[in-house]
Design a protein around this ligand. Structure first.
Ligand SMILES: [Zn+2]
Length: 454
């Protein structure tokens, strides 16, 4: 790559809007508080990311099954899970300009967080990041869950929360899934779904937003097996990113310090990705112990212990969790795929997305917009559509159209030229190598399938 990696965030932000990957939500009204809409290309990319994850986590394994739990749950779930009590960010308000900040966004924020966790934080000498005055009030506890009401009356008895994580839907269904599928330990439950967090300072496009999609898997095992299970998931998940095009120098593991771990975690390691704006968490792997099942047993009064027939004993399984944001993963995969290289027209922008993730698999392009070429090009498009997600483009010069497909990551282009009218052959062009090969239309579907691995 010839460009600086730091510049990729700006390039992608522009590309995302211009080509229809991501739009600000409610943009004509000025946006809606860091929420995002996925455009025609973005929805394909994100669906492909979710599909790739599901394939690896459910389809290819005999020890993990799927679930799709409701977003609205019984309010006691969030008391049991600890989120009502502990899912808190310290919020600081400036007495001069009245802007609000997360404590860790202030100068020496990490240190301030440590002090806050210790019970006492001194902000008397900390300047406001906006106006510079030293008038920051003591931090206030701010729960990140969105509160709403079920039914027509807004009263405490009808409070519901938009889930801040999908995991709890899995814990409360542990017994349903285990018994309906007759599973024995160890086994996992995987889920993809929306979660909501009322972030004080969202930002960096889809990196941190208030409404996001999670891909979570909870793996239930015997307590003594949890450390080994934890280690094996580290490698399994790193391999997944590798398979889908994230180089090793863009990934690292970071273990949470004891005072940094979530309230449920005995051990936590982030898989961090080197975003253009710094190393950031992409996925969390947590040993949640039996915390969640124990708490749900207590709060619901239902015994959630697992009965091990062979050992003739009853116990609460431990849980090792892998949790990744679909939006964040999609963003990381875009960053890793973005490339520019010099060419005779200036710069060729290429999204080197893995073929399984690319929004369109094939672009069908007549050499020029011509009344003789169009019917055959359309015939080829109609032939391909049942097999692959394709796009059809006949405006502008062919070179420009290749560049337009490179920029959105389309792995293959199929070009119909004047020879095609005579010999019923077309040209397949490869995005990465730009190599071209001539193929009979009759053989086109298998030829494309072979190159796409589908
Ligand atoms: Zn201020």
């Amino acid at each position: 790559m010839t460009l600086s990696y730091d510049a990729v965030a700006d390039k992608l932000a522009s590309l995302a809007k211009r080509r229809g990957f991501v739009f600000p939500s409610s943009e004509i009204y000025g946006g809606a508080g860091a929420t995002w809409d996925y455009g025609p290309l973005g929805v394909e990319l994100k669906n492909n990311v979710k599909r790739a994850w599901w394939r690896a986590m459910v389809q290819l394994r005999d020890d993990i099954v799927g679930l799709d739990a409701a977003i609205l749950m019984h309010p006691r779930v969030w008391e049991a899970s600890g989120h009502v009590q502990n899912f808190i960010d310290p919020l600081v308000e400036c007495g001069n300009c009245h802007r609000r900040f997360r404590l860790d966004d202030l100068r020496d924020g990490e240190e301030l967080i440590d002090q806050w966790r210790g019970g006492k934080v001194d902000l008397s000498d900390v300047p406001c990041p906006v106006c510079g005055m030293r008038k920051l009030a003591d931090p206030r506890r701010f729960n990140l869950m969105f509160k709403t009401f079920v039914g027509p009356v807004e009263e405490e008895a009808s409070v519901a929360w938009l889930r801040p994580e999908t995991a709890q839907g899995i814990f409360v269904n542990f017994e349903n899934v285990q018994q309906s599928t007759r599973r024995k330990l160890p086994f996992g439950i995987a889920q993809v779904g929306k979660s909501f967090r009322n972030e004080i300072t969202p930002g960096n496009l889809i990196f941190r937003s208030r409404e996001f999609e999670q891909m979570e898997m909870q793996y239930f095992c015997r307590p003594e097996d949890a450390p080994l299970v934890f280690e094996s998931w580290l490698g399994t998940r790193r391999d997944w990113y590798r398979e889908y095009g994230i180089r090793d120098d863009l990934l690292r593991f970071r273990e949470h310090a004891e005072n940094e771990r979530a309230h449920y975690a005995a051990k936590a390691i982030d898989i961090e990705f080197r975003f253009p704006f710094g190393w950031k968490e992409m996925e969390g792997i947590h040993n949640r112990t039996d915390y969640d099942l124990r708490r749900h047993s207590e709060y619901s009064g239902k015994d959630l212990r697992y009965f091990d027939e062979a050992a003739n004993e009853r116990f609460l399984p431990y849980v090792v969790e892998t949790a990744v944001g679909a939006d964040r993963a999609a963003y990381a995969l875009l960053c890793a795929a973005y490339d520019e290289e010099p060419d005779k027209e200036g710069v060729r922008v290429v999204l080197r997305l893995h073929r399984d993730l690319a929004p369109y698999k094939v672009a069908v392009l007549p050499l020029s917009k011509n009344e003789k070429l169009t019917p055959l090009a359309r015939e080829v498009a109609v032939m391909l559509r049942p097999h692959l997600l394709i796009t059809y483009d006949e405006t502008q010069a062919i070179g420009r159209r290749y560049r337009r497909q490179d920029e959105i990551g389309t792995p293959l282009c199929v070009t119909i030229d004047f020879d095609s009218l005579e010999d019923r052959q077309v040209t397949i062009r490869d995005r990465d190598s730009m190599a071209q090969v001539r193929v009979a239309i009759a053989d086109l579907v298998p030829a494309l399938r072979e190159r796409l691995g589908v």
